[in-house]
Ligand binder design. Structure first.
Ligand code: PXL
Length: 262
C-alpha cells in the first residue's frame, strides 16, 4: 500500500502523550510518514503543563516551507498554535498548497488548564486558517468559542457544527468525548446531507491525554490516502477507540497517561 506523507504542525509534549509525538506515532502506526513543524515546546507530564514557550513565527514558517518544497505532502494537520502571529505565519507558509487537505484541530488549551491560544489568536484562526480548512475538529468548548453559541448538549453540538460549517465552508467534527455519559458521540457536519454521528462505548480509562491529537492525525492520514472525509473519520474514530483500549492498563505517571496509538 502507498505510504502517504503527512505534515503535522503542532507543539511538542515532553511526556509524548499529545502534540507532535502523538501525531507522529499515529501516522506511523497507520502506515504513513509524518513530517513535522514544531510550533511550541511544552514541558509536561501526565499531571499537566509545567512550562511552555512558543517557537518564533519565522521558524515555524521555515519548517513548513522546508518540508513542502521537498516532500510529496498529501495532507496537513494543525494542532497547538501559540498565538496570532503563529497563525499568520502558518497561513502564509501554506501559501499555494490549497488543494492539499487541511485538518485543523483548534487547540485552545490543555485539559489541565494552560491556555495556548489567546482571544487574538482565535480571531486570527477564524480569519486566516479556518476558511481554508477541509475539516475542523473542535470539542464542545472549542466549538462554543469558535461559533459564539453555547454547547452544553448534543443538540447544541450539532447546531454549533452546522454554524461553523456554513461560516467557514468546511466540514466540522464536533467531538463529544468530554461529555457526560457512557458513550462517546462525535458529530460530523459536511456540506451535503444531514449530520452524521459516530458513537462508541466509553473506554474506562484515565489515560486520555492526546486523544484529540490522535484522532485528527488519523483523519489526516486517511485524507492523505485519498479517502473521503466520512471514511477517514469512521476509521479514525475506530482507531482512537482501539488506542484507548491499548493504553487502558498502562500505569505511567499519576495523571492522564497517553492513548496508545498502536
Ligand atoms: O491536547 C491538546 C494539546 C495539543 N498539543 C500539545 C499539548 C496539548 C495538551 O496539553 O500539550 C503539545
Amino acid at each position: 500500500m502507498k505510504r502517504p506523507c503527512v505534515l503535522t504542525i503542532a507543539g511538542s509534549d515532553s511526556g509524548a502523550g499529545a502534540g507532535i509525538q502523538a501525531d507522529a506515532r499515529t501516522v506511523q502506526a497507520l502506515g504513513g510518514y509524518a513530517t513535522t513543524a514544531i510550533t511550541a515546546i511544552t514541558a509536561q507530564n501526565t499531571r499537566g503543563v509545567v512550562a511552555w514557550r512558543a517557537v518564533s513565527p519565522d521558524l515555524i514558517a521555515a519548517q513548513i516551507a522546508a518540508v513542502l518544497e521537498d516532500f510529496p505532502i498529501a495532507a496537513i494537520k494543525t494542532g497547538l498554535i501559540p498565538g496570532a502571529a503563529g497563525v499568520r505565519a502558518i497561513a502564509h507558509a501554506l501559501g499555494q498548497h490549497r488543494r492539499v487537505p487541511l485538518v485543523i484541530d483548534p487547540v485552545l488549551g490543555s485539559t489541565s488548564g494552560t491556555r495556548f491560544l489567546p482571544a487574538t489568536g482565535v480571531r486570527a484562526l477564524k480569519k486566516e486558517l479556518l476558511p481554508r480548512a477541509t475539516l475542523v475538529t473542535p470539542n464542545w468548548l472549542e466549538a462554543a468559542v469558535l461559533s459564539g453559541w453555547p454547547v452544553n448538549d448534543f443538540m447544541e453540538a450539532e447546531m454549533a457544527g452546522s454554524i461553523l460549517a456554513v461560516e467557514f465552508g468546511c466540514a466540522v467534527l464536533v467531538k463529544g468525548g468530554h461529555a457526560p455519559g457512557g458513550s462517546c458521540r462525535d458529530c460530523l457536519v459536511t456540506g451535503n446531507g444531514p449530520a452524521r454521528w459516530f458513537e462508541s462505548e466509553r473506554v474506562p480509562t484515565q489515560n486520555t491525554h492526546g486523544t484529540g491529537c490522535v484522532l485528527s492525525a488519523a483523519i489526516a492520514c486517511g485524507l492523505a490516502r485519498g479517502e473521503t472525509i466520512e471514511r477517514a473519520v469512521t476509521k479514525a474514530h475506530a482507531f482512537l477507540q482501539k488506542s484507548l483500549r491499548a493504553g487502558r492498563d498502562v500505569r505511567w505517571g499519576s495523571g492522564a497517561g497517553p492513548a496508545f496509538a498502536s
